[in-house]
Unconditional design. Sequence first.
Length: 128
Amino acid sequence: MLTLKHLVRWARLLAIAAAAATCAPLALAHDYPTSDRVVFVQDCIRDHPGPHYEMINKCSCALDKIAGQIKYDDYVTMDTATNANSIGGERGSYIRDTESLQKLIRQYRTVKADALKACFVGVSSPTN
């Protein structure tokens, strides 16, 4: 026999299941492969020295912020163009002379800087 208590419990379970079903595709929309996440965090830790576990959390946070704004395929393009921008000589001039790539590089640098700032990367922890 179903009581009001049981009905309320089932209604809650259905609401949770419905919320999970609608949120899961959104969470996966900008999911990045683990290997790329690891590389980003390692590079971030190298570029921003600090206490190891603290920097793991801060750098992971920064990538989560980036992933929330940029699709993975766009991230790969932006990150690759940003890294290739420093190639010297004629090969690098293609990247430097292509305005559409420079726009992507500026956008990526802005998103990344905002993510690092939001996650306190580069900010020292208070000491006791």
